[in-house]
Write a protein that binds this ligand. Structure first.
Ligand SMILES: [Fe+2]
Length: 249
């Protein structure tokens, strides 16, 4: 009887719930299980489609985005706890998420409608550290704080166009941690898993905030100095409720 009950419960599950369950497992498990769980999460995300979240079709039409005062980006929050958040970001045609960071976070992006260009930068790479060592030779502390805004040395790690047929894009604390995402050829939407979520505490370092950056200078072909900036005035978001399958955790 117990076996039948378990089977019935699992048949009530759905793809987005399975992703949520796997995300919670991945970001709360013992370190030795992390890599295998992360790969399992990525392969589930790879299979995610707009239907799995009952993506609201009105966001695929140009008419909605032409409404006066419409935010250039809409966010649908699906789930959030202290370990993981899952949401959908929808970008208007020609819309963009400005260059931003994910402090000590993992992020997984799966495009579910349209096409986006993701330009990613990595921090604390061998090349950025080498550049910083040369630049700040003889100084005990690199002058990272300039006019009270942070300056980051970052390596351009990838610039790629991804669509619904593409695999999940992954960012890590040091790899691809900063990115800019823009829609290509019309509106686009992606499922976004973040862990830990923004707003949670970084141990010994205060709240985990999202910072925005602009390119201050180019040091070499792929090394840039990025300066923290205010959130650009052309960027703001509005919210839309989640209307997909019930989450079963
Ligand atoms: Fe991001």
């Amino acid at each position: 009887m117990e076996f039948i009950a378990a089977l019935a419960a699992s048949s009530m599950s759905n793809h987005i719930s399975n992703i949520l369950k796997q995300a919670i497992t991945t970001f709360t498990c013992k370190p030795e299980w992390f890599t295998i769980n992360l790969h399992s999460l990525i392969s589930s995300m790879d299979k995610t489609t707009a239907e799995d979240v009952n993506f609201p079709t009105q966001f695929t039409s140009d008419r909605l985005w032409k409404q006066p005062g419409k935010a250039p980006v809409t966010c649908i929050e699906i789930y959030e706890d202290l370990n993981v958040s899952i949401s959908i970001f929808i970008l208007k045609p020609g819309g963009r998420l400005p260059l931003h960071n994910h402090p000590e976070m993992y992020g997984l992006i799966k495009v579910i409608t349209g096409k986006v260009k993701i330009t990613s930068y990595s921090i604390n790479t061998e090349r950025t550290m080498e550049v910083d060592r040369r630049s700040f030779k003889g100084e005990t502390v690199p002058p990272f704080s300039y006019h009270r805004k942070q300056i980051v040395t970052a390596e351009l790690s990838s610039s790629e166009i991804v669509d619904t047929g593409s695999n999940t894009c992954v960012l890590e604390p040091n790899r691809n941690n900063l990115h800019e995402i823009e829609s290509v050829d019309g509106p686009a939407a992606f499922l976004d898993v973040l862990a830990p979520p923004y707003g949670t505490l970084i141990p010994n370092n205060g709240p985990r905030l999202c910072s925005y950056y602009s390119i201050l200078s180019q040091v070499s072909s792929s090394i840039f100095r990025l300066q923290e900036t205010k959130s650009p005035s052309w960027y703001w978001t509005d919210a839309f409720p989640y209307t997909g399958p019930e989450l079963v955790v």
